[in-house]
Design a protein around this ligand. Sequence first.
Ligand code: IYR
Length: 222
Amino acid sequence: MTAPHFIPLSQYQSYPDDEMSRRAAEYYQLMDARRTVREFSDRVPPRDVIENCLKTASTAPSGANLQPWHFAVVSDPQIKKKVREAAEAEEREFYERLAPPEWLEALAPLGTDSNKPFLETAPYLIAVFSQRFGVLPDGRKVKHYYAVESVGIAAGMLVAAVHNAGLASLTHTPSPMGFLNDILGRPANERPFLLLVVGYPADDARVPDIGRKPLESIASFH
Ligand code: IYR
């Protein structure tokens, strides 16, 4: 058994109540201005922005701190083309055959279809993988706990970091996504969790006129 080793919580920052309230309200305002975008510009943001957003995602809490994620960043036009072709093939199957009418009805307000030009237009596609187990240098497997939950939290933090940087994103989940392992050469212990499309919105980008549930309907205080 590895003995625990503790260090002081030296980076914790506390604020007076009024400042805390202001910070919480300002962060809400920032995040409330986030919209999922499906029309991207081909303008390329600096790579260090993407790197810092990934580092932010990697600060997410995870089961037993095993950090069961991998982020594959695609900017190569030929790889983006392959991803688009594979994703559109799955999406055609989804929209034309697999999706039950109820699901199509739920998607109707978003105006989505099997055409995914943004997979080639947007400068970065970040394929987020969840690792069901880790592999040590000597080949031994390490079981990961709550891998999907951990990766979900990291993905949420990535979405927030991208928005904070002034970029737009789309959480895209063509289903099934196994083609991402093939195209990106990721090992079998990794499952695609989502494909985050990242970039500047197109100048004339439009978004569906939809809203968010009010606090009273999403939270209860006990
Ligand atoms: N994967 C399809 C369908 C889709 C499903 C959900 I749930 C969405 O919130 C949006 C789309 C697509 O990307 O078009």
